[in-house]
Write a new protein. Structure first.
Lengths: 456, 456
């Protein structure tokens, strides 16, 4: 056996979740942060090029088609993620100044139109030469519906029902032209074969869409489908349609259980476990020594204004005026967690009850990356945790959530990526030219392709 | 008086209407055309950089949110504009590889959503640092409504009524944050002033939109508003809201009448004539000699397959099978032109009747640029015509419609632009950094600005 053959075949996938000023709640105040990041194109160009230098598979931004609003006037005035680019336009711009990295854009099946959405993602896939992905969300924010003329936010069951239909319609629109539809023979004057153009003619419960789409099949067949909800509905949507799932866990055991759960749901949709990549979030605070890492973490935590910290806790104490609380005492009372999907409430109230956290400790816990997994340590320590999850059935890779941008992404690329490469876990060069090729995902056949072509 | 003071103050505006393979109906077959232009990003990068080299104000693409379909199967298979980028994603990509040129994206008030549209244009304006423009269309194509779940295409009166409301809503959303809303003081931790954030709370006849928009005010205040319809409704929408109007005339007298007409409509909206630029289309076929230009034109016309030519005439002979006609005879009969807005029908049927054009001559007339003004000649001859219209109340500038792309745009930049500069008609360097600055258009004040700021 050669050395190359001894290398593990399964490769770690890395995405950079590049949220404006960074994932720490007070990131924008840090000297290493770009304060106007949300609308600073040069900042995002730097981030994408840094992630590409680090051989990341993709960059990602979250999104909501409305304003992110939490807390009272005081805390609202101090939060740094109010004003930001629309994801698809941002990625289109960055695709022109990068060559390899993929682009995951979040877009809502509840509030967008399927024809326009199919079109803009197909366009992005052509513009980037096969590097587009769609993070399918149903939008959980409850202050968005008014922007779209609705009197109420549709409930989750309805949103997910529409999402299944919506994704199917979008995939159908992407297949409007078969791969071989265009001939473009200047001599004969024949441009395309009308037999290879298909109108969708979809009439469903939520949507009515005729088609065809006015752009040829994307280079990847379909842009990669990503899903990021960990509710029952979210897991089922992922099992049915997604090729990568972004998720949030803070312990190996929970992550393993989730991994097994979602992979186990694929068979009933006729899919294999390797057709859905599970990518938990991790927010690494990196120091050359453990002390340096801890000092960095403390520096960040000290930047949290109490009103901003308390605003993160307010949803768990509904109706309560938290501004009167003593930050260094325990909360005056601990309510029962609400029933249903809000798992962060359970974690926070459990910490308050069992671990006897103070108010400040509670909000500092949430401050790192909104409850995502924060790892404070040296490059070796961070690589250890990544390797542990990757090799023990908890992750196919990670969504790296740098606490401060651009600084923390640079540190990860310069310090942690080489450590992962040294261990043979991560690539030393891009394998392909499209995002699918780099992620090891198949190019889907068109729904209109001949059976033999479909099987090939 | 110095030489500089003698230069005319009024400057010629030039836009490049860069439609995929070019404006001639058979352009894609020409050796100088990029046959897969509609989805070839490298082609569009070259075009935008060429237009910027030529100091153009802006580039522009037309658009319809559906497939462009005309004629029977035979002619359909031979037309070259079926598959193309979505304009805003395309311009976002090109803005990252250019510095000065503006980007006019077409988007429909009939089929798009105002919140998402406001957001993507604001995003494009930030990404391009102030170089975005929106060509407001109501979509005249009658095969699009099915893509959006509608059973019929709304009639023009309804579409234009919605368009007025839609543009007002979009402008209101762009004003959500006042210009001075963001403080971003790392030391104090104050990011923005909530008093400078405004929800629109619009409830109108066609739209209900709460807001605020989740992106700060665009660098240009509002992206430049463009309008391209020459119907009564279109002229009125332009007078009420637009800052540039794209139009199509083939004679100086008609263009002068139109110019006077639209400029005369501004006063009732409290606007000055210089706040709306009139930009007719011109498709120049350029040769170093007149013979060379005529030979180029003949070469292009010879590339038209008869089925493609006849498809351009079919709408004027409804119900008739044109494929049996003798191309080199006159049409067997000439119907009355339809009543209403379809002015191209009048021109074509008039040529058939009075000028006794043959079938081939008729479709060759339409083939150049779908009835726009085609000028075949030397750089001096073309500059003469441009100067004549510009100096005689017919145009504030032109939308250049190259017959073949990229070839004809290169020829215009290399041969005609220097001639216009030599005559002192056109700039020799960009005046500003935003599209508004280059076009000499004011930056609009926010509707929420204090009166004194508004007046400034």
């Amino acid at each position: 056996m050669t050395q190359a053959q001894l290398q593990p075949l399964r490769k770690l996938r890395l995405g950079a979740f590049i949220m404006a000023t960074g994932h720490h709640i007070a990131a924008w105040r840090h000297p290493g942060a770009q304060a106007d990041a949300g609308v600073n194109i040069d900042h995002y160009i730097e981030l994408a090029q840094t992630a590409e230098r680090g051989l990341f598979d993709q960059v990602f931004v979250a999104d909501s088609p409305g304003i992110w609003h939490q807390g009272d006037r005081e805390s609202f005035s101090r939060q740094g993620r109010l004003s930001h680019f629309e994801p698809v336009t941002l990625w289109a711009a960055l695709s022109a100044v990068t060559k390899h990295i993929g682009f995951v854009a979040t877009a809502s099946t509840t509030y967008e139109d399927p024809y326009l959405l199919a079109r803009k993602f197909a366009s992005l896939d052509h513009i980037s030469k096969g590097r587009a992905a769609w993070n399918v969300v149903t939008t959980s924010a409850e202050n968005v519906h008014g922007n779209f003329g609705l009197d109420a936010h549709p409930d989750p069951a309805l949103r997910y029902e529409r999402a299944h239909e919506f994704v199917d319609v979008v995939k159908g629109l992407w297949d409007s032209f078969e791969d071989e539809a265009f001939i473009r023979d200047k001599a004969s004057g024949v441009y395309f074969d009308p037999d290879k153009l298909h109108a969708l003619n979809h009439i469903g419960k939520h949507l009515k869409v005729k088609g065809p789409l006015n752009i040829e099949r994307p280079p990847q067949g379909h842009p990669v489908i990503v899903q990021a909800g960990s509710s029952e509905d979210g897991k089922e949507l992922a099992a049915a349609t997604a090729e990568a799932i972004f998720t949030a866990w803070t312990s190996l055991a929970e992550a393993q259980a989730f991994y097994k759960d979602v992979k186990g749901r694929l068979a009933k949709y006729g899919r294999r476990p390797d057709q859905l990549l599970v990518l938990p979030g991790i927010s690494p605070v990196i120091g050359r020594t453990e002390e340096e890492a801890q000092a960095k973490w403390a520096e960040l935590q000290a930047l949290i204004h109490p009103s901003v910290g308390l605003a993160t806790l307010a949803p768990f104490w509904p109706g309560e005026d938290l501004s009167k609380w003593d930050l260094d005492a325990r909360p005056p009372y601990i309510p029962e967690p609400p029933k249903g999907i809000h798992s962060r409430a359970h974690v926070v109230l459990e910490l308050a009850r069992r671990e006897r956290y103070t108010v400040r400790q509670l909000y500092e816990y949430l401050a790192g990356a909104r409850g995502h997994w924060v790892v404070v340590g040296t490059p070796v320590q961070i690589a250890d945790r990544i390797q542990e999850w990757f090799e023990n059935g908890a992750a196919d890779g990670f969504n790296i959530m740098p606490p401060v941008l651009p600084q923390s992404l640079n540190e990860f690329v310069d310090l942690v990526v080489p450590e992962l490469q040294k261990r043979g876990l991560f690539r030393t060069a891009y394998e392909g030219t499209t995002l699918r090729e780099n992620l090891g995902l198949e190019r889907p056949a068109s729904r209109y392709a001949e059976p033999q072509a479909k099987a090939a």
